[in-house]
Design a protein around this ligand. Structure first.
Ligand code: Z7Z
Length: 399
């Protein structure tokens, strides 16, 4: 008698709809509880939302490739909207040299030289915001201006038109999803921004000392090809701004809604890196991305054919009660390590040390001056097909 494969649960959930993005947690739970693998016929993809399965999928780069794109679109069949990233949208061995260059450049040791300047920038920003009043928008006054100030300086791009960086990233992260209302025709909307980004990546437009120049120097040393250098600079400009704005917003929201945890941070500053990590777990600024099966691939009890897109829910994994106690709580007593908010495996966020340094430096300056912080109105979400961020977050502080 022929055996039949166990049937895969099916869901008509649209993880890129306004409804889902506005309130994902109940739908994450639904996906997790349906089973380890859920088929989403709307996009003809398989979803994975439990911690163990997401973790395993992320580390299995041999069966679950990135080279066919980490969005819904399969680059084997559809042309990408821009030349693929040499890091994100590549597999070993092509992935390895660009990755090695960035991972050395962005290592904690190399970042030490930025610390004192960033501390001074953070203090200056906090002083200026507080001098204007004790109620302000934490997104537009802190979470956006700080990374927009320190990160482009560190890369070494010019000071003109830096405001292009946020819409460019917003577009790129939307473009991992389907062609819905959040994805406009790039030729009609961000076309000029795409050209501006490409110009910033050219050697002659970069300062002599920033990360950008150092990427070109890696090409001088033969570690990467000269044709690769501008694309690696582009990776910094794509993945390094909206993500950190979202991450800093996440930790600001967490402390503004957990006054006891702010008091604990005031008393125990050494918990600051953990506060950032826990906020990344709790909010998962990067909510989802895809892999593509290279061969017949087993996930839990489901066998997927080659060339299938698999959608991994980092946010759902980071709230899986199978792995986390009281996952909805922002809790500085928990050890959040092992969360998948920065991914896992060979593609795990290469910029996470710089993101952490930005967040910790800004919060440290805030802790020096602010004895309490709370929401002063309802925060408003910024919806994006991939990033879970905030448009606005009114806060009130006591100095
Ligand atoms: O290299 C790149 O341009 C790049 C763009 C986006 C690298 C990474 C990301 C990214 C980061 C994608 C987090 C999804 C999640």
């Amino acid at each position: 008698m022929p055996t039949t494969a166990p049937s895969i649960p099916v869901s008509d959930i649209d993880p890129f709809s306004t409804e889902f993005l506005s309130d994902p947690l109940p739908l994450h739970e639904e996906l997790r509880e349906l089973g380890p693998v859920v088929y989403l016929p709307r996009y003809d993809v398989h979803a994975v939302a439990r911690y163990d399965d997401v973790h395993r999928a992320l580390t299995d780069w041999q069966s679950l490739q990135s080279g066919a794109g980490v969005g819904l679109s399969n680059f084997n069949h559809e042309a990408p909207w821009r030349p693929p990233s040499l890091l994100l949208e590549a597999d070993p061995p092509r992935h390895d040299a660009p990755r090695a260059v960035l991972s050395q450049l962005l290592s904690p040791r190399r970042l030490r030289s930025l610390e004192s300047r960033w501390q001074a920038d953070a203090v200056a920003l906090v002083e200026r915001v507080l001098s204007e009043g004790h109620e302000f928008d934490a997104v537009t006054s802190l979470a956006e201006p700080f990374p927009l100030r320190v990160f482009p300086d560190a890369v070494g791009i010019g000071t003109h038109n830096r405001e292009n960086l946020l819409p460019y990233g917003d577009f790129a992260f939307n473009a991992f999803g389907p062609m819905n209302e959040r994805v406009t025709d790039p030729a009609k909307t961000i076309g000029p921004t795409v050209e501006w980004i490409a110009a910033q990546c050219r050697r002659e437009n970069l300062s002599e000392t920033g990360f950008g120049a150092q990427i070109w120097e890696a090409a001088d040393r033969g570690e990467i090809g000269y044709e690769q250098a501008p694309l690696i600079v582009r990776s910094l400009l794509t993945a390094g701004v909206d993500t950190t704005v979202t991450g800093i917003s996440a930790v600001l929201h967490a402390v503004a809604t957990h006054p006891d945890q702010w008091q604990r941070l005031r008393a125990e500053r050494e918990l600051l890196p953990r506060a950032f990590e826990e906020a990344i777990r709790l909010e998962s600024p990067v909510q989802t991305f895809f892999r593509t099966t290279t061969v017949e691939t087993r996930i839990a009890d489901t066998v997927l054919a080659p060339e299938r897109k698999v959608l991994m829910f980092l946010g759902a994994a980071n709230h899986d009660p199978r792995r986390w106690n009281e996952p909805e709580r922002f809790d500085l007593s928990r050890d959040p390590s092992g969360h998948v908010g920065f991914g896992m495996g060979i593609h795990q966020c290469v910029g996470q040390h710089i993101a952490r340094l930005e967040a910790v430096t800004l919060l440290d300056a805030l802790l020096d001056r602010v004895s309490s912080i709370e929401l002063a109105g309802a925060p408003r979400r910024h919806l994006n097909n991939t990033l879970r961020g905030w448009e606005s977050m009114p806060v009130r502080v006591v100095v």
